[in-house]
Design a protein around this ligand. Structure first.
Ligand code: CP
Ligand code: NVA
Length: 305
């Protein structure tokens, strides 16, 4: 058996993804009941962060500790990676010392290159293209709050960014329809759209996107690495703010999710996260549980490979 990586939702089958999110629900219950469960005793996760993070770092680190293992945080500022050591060499060395590696990076090719030279599972903790761990938490949250998402309609409002690309992959893997409302020039990457043709529709009007939607989600207008374009984006994205009135135009049982960090007054209204339809705090918590399910799946699998 070869090593499994999690660089994209497409690295798992739909059945595996569904069992991961169901396992996330179980692990959450174990933790809520105070049951000690340490399947990764003496295991180590290496974590490379080339971009800032609160939730991703905390959830992986806490998850490894709760599982009886440890996580080690590395940043390019204080490793040889920042001084030009090739990513392939870093992969060869790290993967002889740790049991899994999580990477948050810019170019997605950094992840694929690292994975190609790694002896242990590699997890995408966000790249410019994808954020698959976030979608595990989002799908777990929808399941807990509303049941299965299969056959439902999801609206993505705002930038066609890494989160949007991942929602497109999720539409394929979790079997839902996706309507994306974005300004012209801010569409998701064509490769993602082409593969999901028939499931995904691009519109310009957010109200059209949310009509009948069971889940609405958005994200920052300026992602990490795009800061220089921030001013221009503020003006262009203004009509794409999600507020209570926009949710009123969706299905009456609509759920609103935001991966966070949120910019109140920009992509969401000041009060949106206080609306009972918004579940961003449960969603953030589920990063912990869903990723523990992922760590158990990948690292346990590798130990039997
Ligand atoms: N949603 C998310 O990935 O948050 P962080 O950037 O804080 O990790
Ligand atoms: N699209 C955002 C997500 C942050 C979790 C970014 O890449 O900055």
């Amino acid at each position: 058996m070869s090593i499994r990586h999690f660089l994209s939702l497409m690295d798992c089958t739909p059945a595996e993804l569904n069992s991961l999110i169901r396992r996330g629900v179980e692990l959450k219950d174990l933790r809520d009941r105070g049951v000690l469960y340490e399947p990764l005793r003496n295991r180590v996760l290496g974590m490379i962060f080339e971009k800032a993070s609160t939730r991703t770092r905390l959830s992986f680190e806490a998850g490894m500790i709760q599982f009886g293992g440890q996580a080690i945080f590395l940043s390019p500022r204080d490793t040889q990676l920042g001084r030009g050591e090739p990513i392939a060499d870093c992969a060869r060395v790290m993967s002889r010392m740790v049991d899994g590696v999580m990477i948050r990076t810019f170019a997605h090719s950094t992840l694929t290159e690292f994975a190609a030279h790694s002896r242990v599972p590699v997890i995408n903790g966000l790249s410019d293209d994808l954020h698959p761990c976030q979608l595990l938490a989002d799908m777990q949250t929808y399941l807990e709050q509303r049941g299965t998402i299969a056959g439902k309609t999801v609206a993505w409002i705002g930038d066609g960014n890494n989160m949007c690309n991942t929602y497109i992959e999720a539409a394929e893997q979790f079997d839902f329809r996706l309507r994306i409302a974005c300004p012209e020039g801010f569409e998701p990457k064509a490769a993602f759209l082409e593969r999901a043709a028939g499931r995904v529709e691009i519109v310009r009007d957010p109200r059209e996107a949310v009509a009948g939607a069971h889940l609405v989600s958005t994200d920052v207008w300026t992602s990490m690495g795009q800061e220089e374009d921030g001013e221009r984006r503020l003006a262009l994205f203004r009509p794409y703010q999600v507020d209570r009135a926009l949710l009123d135009a969706a299905d009456p049982g609509v759920l609103f999710l935001h991966c966070l960090p949120a910019h109140r007054g920009e992509e969401i209204s000041e009060d949106l996260l206080d609306d009972p339809r918004a579940r961003a705090w449960d969603q953030a918590e589920n990063r912990l549980h869903a990723q523990k399910a992922l760590l158990e799946f990948l690292i346990e699998h590798a130990s039997h490979a």
